[in-house]
Design a protein. Sequence first.
Length: 190
Amino acid sequence: MNSGSTDSQTYYASQSGSWTPPEQADPFVPTAVQLQRANKLKRFNQLAVYLPLGLLTAAILGFLIYLLILAIWPPYEDTRLFLSGVADIILIVFLLPVVLIFGLLVAGMFGGIFYWQQSRKEAGEPSLQNKYGRFRLLLWKLDQKLSSVYRQIDRLMPKLAAPIIKFSATIAYINTWLVRLSGRSEDNRQ
């Protein structure tokens, strides 16, 4: 039998050692005041939230269906101009938030750059940066980092190479010793 129980009820060991189901708590029963508040909230949501949203959605859908009918079967020649104007208005309304968001981002970038420059001026720029420029100082710092890496490599490589050279020399010595022991010479092997 499986150790994982598929029953919906869990059993616990009591002090006497027999397995008994846990005591069932009484289900929660809301008070009359709470039920009354819930009913009032439901009625308020229906009248003040769902009804206006439903009417607005129905009006927009009706307007879009009307525009679609006008686009397919225009009654007058000026209808196409009207539809073009409505399409332009819809496009402007939907693109306006995007333009505002990106405009705020650009303004924030310019403000951040201005703030950064002002804080740098207040802190005082180092004389080397004034004399040589930020890019050249960055390249010099990069050169110093690379030079320190090269120095560490030059210091570490002999320590790494010594055991490899010793191992290779030992293998060559053993190979030469075995060749001489067997009596073969270099000329006979070829």
